[in-house]
Design a binder for this molecule. Sequence first.
Ligand code: AMP
Length: 283
Amino acid sequence: MLNILHTIKEVRSQIKEWKNEGFTIGLVPTMGYLHEGHQSLIKRAVEENDKVVVSIFVNPMQFAPTEDLESYPRDLKKDSKLCDETGADLIFNPDPEEMYTKGFCSFVDMNGPTDELCGKSRPIHFRGVCTIVNKLFNIVTPDKAYFGQKDAQQLAVIKRMVTDLNIPIEIVGCPIIREKDGLAKSSRNTYLNKKEREAALILSKTIFMAEKLVNDGLTDADKLKDIMKKNIETEPLAKIDYVEAVNFDDISVTDTISDNTLVAIAVYIGKTRLIDNFLIKRK
Ligand code: AMP
């Protein structure tokens, strides 16, 4: 039976009970408005753990003042249904005041893997992500935590953080779930009107095209990025934030496409910023 808790105290008490009974715990951190992408993470967590906690928290710290914190979609009722149907045991849905008490001034930050890609256009974003994920790890103390490759840089950053700070949690990366037509599922897709929704297909089309070029033998990153940019520019509603090829481990820019290269893009469709990527895995 799914339980929904809003305070850290209640969650800690539930976790203590489960640990006393010897249960393993999986955590799926989310910002809610759940879709099949989130659901795939929850499913995997249910398969691999005795108890599964889904956190639903739109974290103010990872949004710049110009970003969409206020308008970010929220629907706890629908989210609860999805969590229940998928077999999660607990939703942790705190208020911002519960997570950031008066006088809050401690942060977890990183140099390097956060410098490129989304870190460039969203300079405070990963400090907010690292801080909230640490807090969730400390509250839930899971055995495993699940993150999507949709946010590939976030996955790399969390893996690095766990290694660097000796956090005893296994980080599990999960593949990108897409709409039937290819668009990567995202809570932000709801911002798109009909015309923008069509235009947004330029992201996945460009990713699939690039993946094919790489599979056919293209290794020059500049050439690949150039072709990708030109393709995105054929869509009048699209404005490129970045098109980049990086090493997936440390998110450093690479000039050669090889094993473990992450090819990632961020594109504005109207006012909505969307991301997509593919990872080259040859081994
Ligand atoms: P969010 O609620 O957007 O912060 O996402 C919560 C988690 O779900 C993150 O680890 C995301 O990478 C993952 N996620 C979001 N969309 C997808 C998707 N389309 N496929 C796989 N994972 C996803």
